[in-house]
Design a protein around this ligand. Structure first.
Ligand code: BYE
Ligand code: ZN
Length: 515
């Protein structure tokens, strides 16, 4: 059965996407890319993957996502290399290729110029007009001979006096609307500003005497220490921190816990995956990496993330806690270590069961209770992608699977044990995710919503929708498989969605990351 493929790529710095059915003729696929590159019929197209390797433009092209977009390059056709060009060159007595190149350069320049002109022009015109308005309206500059009394000529000021400079033009508005509707990705620097805003908004700057330059330096070091890997990157750090920030407000946590504990939680979220190498604890342990040796196989990654955090804070210029007392710093350090180590999914059941046991008597005055709650909140934030809108959540799942598949490929190469849930030959997106949502996400989220009932609409409802979505995708995949193998469908239709086997598998998968 033909499926529709969407291929993301960038050409000339522009993000583009191509859509075609998987059974599309190869020539048609090439034409789509040729059109996107605005390339002529003799131009050569080169497509590169994220590793910089050249790949074939064909219907077999592997689907990707924006984060793993391909790069398309056009090599101008050399007229001498095609027969038409050389014949013409011989007939005309001069080399066409130089002219062709010049023509292409001109074409490009016209395109670029016509695209850039309006915004540059608007800006210039607006500046000139606002300057003229200033000159015309400032009385003490009337000696310039430009001053106009608002009431000049009439008895009343014209309501349209400012029309020229204040009204937005149609084109200007259209451009903004375009940017607004097709929101581009946030840039890393903008994400850093958003993280900074969270500290300001939660009043940490004044409460803990944090200097803005120190916070900026700290956030920059954090940014530097997240690696360019598919999932555990700086954007994941932001997502987790933003979810934590949202939960702090939704649960009115500032009125239930000390400020210093909330500062600890937010900072833990920011630091929780620092310097993640893209290979999980099971790999670290099986491959006997430096990290596994250093931490004796006990949550090597999480220990490392936390250690890197405190390395960053060692330098006074980065130390957002530098104006706190020794006692306060000790409390934050203890809290951050607890929080970051709690993100090891091998401890999932241990921590969830701890929370379940205190839930019936939960007391915000009990330090042990609060400690478990903070661990639950960082865990929820860490794996909360599915609580986000579908069009945000699904690409994150693709990134996670890509990171997992990279690991299993490496494990196969190195002859190490391969986790079944990371094996590209064994898992499908919907099958792994339905199990994960049913047996990991929902039970955890429901437990937190028991303490804060108003969270249900924010974290449970969207996750239930995601479960429906992936269940449907799973059924569709199953049907497709049956159609392909030609076996009877009747015994599979209406197959119950609850599945004990699946439950066991997910539990096993999770415990395999245990040291
Ligand atoms: C987890 C552990 C480590 C890293 F394969 C990431 F089905 C995760 F098990 N997260 N974080 C979010 C997730 C999600 N794991 C899964 N789904 C998520 O939405 C399930 C996995 C794809 C797999 Cl738990
Ligand atoms: Zn994480």
């Amino acid at each position: 059965m033909a499926t529709t493929k969407i291929i993301y790529f960038v050409v000339d710095g522009r993000p583009e996407q191509a859509e075609f059915p998987s059974d599309c003729p190869a020539q048609d696929v090439k034409e789509v890319f040729r059109a996107a590159a605005e390339a002529g019929p003799y131009d050569i197209l080169k497509l590169y993957n994220t590793k910089g390797n050249m790949i074939n433009i064909s219907p077999k092209l592997e689907s990707n996502i924006r984060q793993t977009q391909y790069k398309l390059e056009v090599v101008a056709a050399d007229c001498k290399t095609n027969s038409l060009g050389s014949e013409l060159a011989a007939a005309l007595g001069f080399d066409l290729s130089a002219m062709e190149k010049r023509l292409q350069a001109l074409e490009k320049k016209i395109l670029v110029d016509s695209a850039d002109m309006p915004s540059v022009m608007y800006e210039m015109r607006n500046r000139v007009e606002s300057f003229r308005d200033k000159l015309e309206s400032v009385e003490h500059l009337s000696w310039l001979g430009l001053f106009k009394e608002l009431t000049e000529g009439t008895n009343k000021p014209s309501p349209f006096y400012h029309k020229r400079s204040l009204r937005k033009t149609k084109e200007e508005c259209q451009q903004v609307m375009e940017n607004y509707l097709h929101m581009r990705q946030w840039e890393d620097a903008e994400i850093m500003v958003l993280l900074q805003l969270m500290y300001i908004d939660l009043d940490f700057m004044s409460k803990f005497n944090i200097e803005i330059e120190v916070l900026q330096q700290f956030l920059f070091e954090v940014y530097r220490h997240y690696n360019n890997i598919p999932f555990h990157n700086f954007k994941h750090c932001f997502c987790v921190t933003q979810m934590m920030y949202g939960l702090i407000w939704l649960t009115d946590l500032q009125n239930k816990m000390d400020d210093i504990d909330i500062l600890t939680m937010l900072t833990s979220a920011i630091c929780h995956d620092l310097d993640h190498p893209g290979y999980n604890n099971a790999y670290q342990i099986n491959a006997r990496t430096e990290l596994a040796l250093r931490y004796n196989d006990i949550s090597p990654l999480e220990n490392h993330h936390c250690s890197v955090a405190f390395k960053i804070l060692e330098k006074s210029d980065n130390n957002i806690f530098r104006n706190l007392t020794t006692e306060q710093f000790k409390r934050i350090r203890e809290g951050m270590i607890k929080c970051v180590l709690a993100t090891d999914m091998a401890r999932h059941n241990e921590i969830l069961n701890q929370f379940r046991s205190i839930m019936p008597v939960f007391d915000f005055n009990n330090k042990k209770h609060k400690d478990v709650l903070t661990m639950i909140i960082i865990k929820v934030s860490d794996i909360s992608n599915e609580a986000r809108p579908m069009d945000v959540a699904e690409p994150w799942l693709d990134c996670l699977l890509q990171e997992f598949f990279n690991q299993s490929d490496m494990e196969k190469l190195e002859g190490l044990p391969v986790s079944p849930f990371m094996d590209r030959d064994k898992v499908t997106k919907p099958s792994s995710q339905t199990g994960f949502i049913r047996f990991v996400l929902l039970p955890l989220f429901i437990e937190l919503a028991n303490l804060f009932p108003n969270l249900e609409q924010h974290i449970i409802d969207p996750v239930r929708k995601a479960l429906d979505y992936y269940t449907e995708m799973e059924n569709a995949l199953e049907m497709e498989k049956l159609n392909r193998t030609g076996s009877s469908q009747s015994d599979k239709i209406g197959k119950p969605v609850e599945n004990q086997e699946e439950s066991k598998r997910v539990q096993i998968q999770l415990s395999q990351t245990k040291p």
